[in-house]
Design a protein around this ligand. Structure first.
Ligand SMILES: [Mn+2]
Length: 332
């Protein structure tokens, strides 16, 4: 084994990795949870860990409240992810991936057993019995990789495919500021272990539904500037869903594409909720910490990528969030 498993990890992370390996070895019945409206990092980490535990002969249930979008259906093991919990299953260990807090799994989620918390959000509430929190990790998939290495296991093509997807999802295919030399080192080992970059990219980027592309075109055509063009925002209203015929989940990368406009520092995509209120996706090029405003509205995330879910009047909330951004631009 190379010394990659100890590469750049802070000492606390190193201890957490050892403790996780100890728990994996000692226990038999596991539950792996991810956050609601899962992204590629969440699903890739859940499934990567699933294959690890199954290889070790463990009993594993996978829980995600969903919805799981179409372009993740290629992931090996995706059929084992369930949107409901088996009430008769009593896990000895509940493992959380990519979840800053327990209620990211579901509003009233009741954790059971010994809790392992693996995450890279610096705002993580450290709710686990073991907390492996490393905000220098580009993706939780990278953290799962270090656990697998420490276990001394061979990385199968299934594990490699899931973890590679995690990494490309959270780095925008190695474009975002979280991409480091170690991200490439991990990715290279995953490719050597059987992850096929072109096939994974084809499934992830090139299997969109026509409705999603139609909806995306409307979002991209109707953007608005604020703060002298430093902020761009757009929206998906319920009416747009109805006319485009898309599923109730926007194409994920849209807000990042809006950020691509020259001169823009921050992009926000508002998503009107059928139940009243909105979800806001916030992305920054690095000069503004968008998690500040996300937190003010009950959400959170990373400095460059955050989100919030707020109930109330859609138009009022939209104005409030845009107004709350004033502090970031006035300060500059
Ligand atoms: Mn993530």
């Amino acid at each position: 084994m190379s010394d990659l498993s100890r590469n750049k990890k802070p000492p606390a992370a190193d201890d957490a990795i050892s403790a996780i390996c100890g728990a994996i070895t000692s226990y038999t019945r596991f539950l792996i949870c991810g956050h609601i409206r899962p992204d590629g990092d969440c699903l890739g980490s859940q499934l990567g860990m699933y294959h690890v535990l199954k290889t070790l002969g463990k009993e594993v249930h996978l829980y995600n409240a969903g919805p799981v979008m179409e372009h993740y259906q290629f992931l090996p093991g995706i059929e084992y992810i369930h949107p409901t919990l088996d009430p008769n299953y009593r896990p000895e260990v509940s493992m959380f991936v990519d979840c800053g807090a327990v209620n990211r799994v579901a509003d009233d989620f009741q954790p059971q057993g010994f809790l392992i918390n693996i995450d890279h959000h610096y705002s993580n509430l450290r709710f686990g019995d073991i907390n492996y929190i490393d905000e220098t990790s580009a993706a939780v998939g990278e953290q799962v990789f270090y656990v697998v290495k420490r276990l001394g296991m061979e990385i199968t093509p299934e594990i490699a495919t899931c973890l590679y997807l995690s990494i490309i999802a959270d780095t925008g295919s190695f474009r975002y500021p979280n991409t480091s030399d170690s991200t490439f080192t991990v990715a290279a080992e995953l490719v050597r272990s059987g992850a096929a970059p072109h096939l994974i990219a084809r499934e992830y980027y090139e299997t969109r539904k026509p409705e999603s592309v139609r909806l995306a075109s409307r979002v991209m055509a109707n953007f608005h500037f604020a703060y002298n063009g430093q902020l761009v925002w757009s929206e998906i209203t319920q009416q747009m869903y109805e006319s485009a015929g898309g599923e109730d989940n926007e194409p994920e990368s849209l807000v990042s594409e809006l950020r691509g406009i020259k001169g823009v520092e921050v992009a926000i995509l508002f998503h009107e909720l059928a139940e009243g209120g909105l979800r806001a996706g916030l992305r920054s090029k690095g000069g503004v910490d968008v998690s500040r405003v996300a937190k003010e509205f009950g959400g959170g995330g990373h400095p460059n990528a955050s989100g919030a879910y707020v109930r109330g009047d859609y138009e009022t909330l939209k104005k409030q969030i845009l107004a709350a951004m004033a502090a970031d631009f006035a300060a500059k």
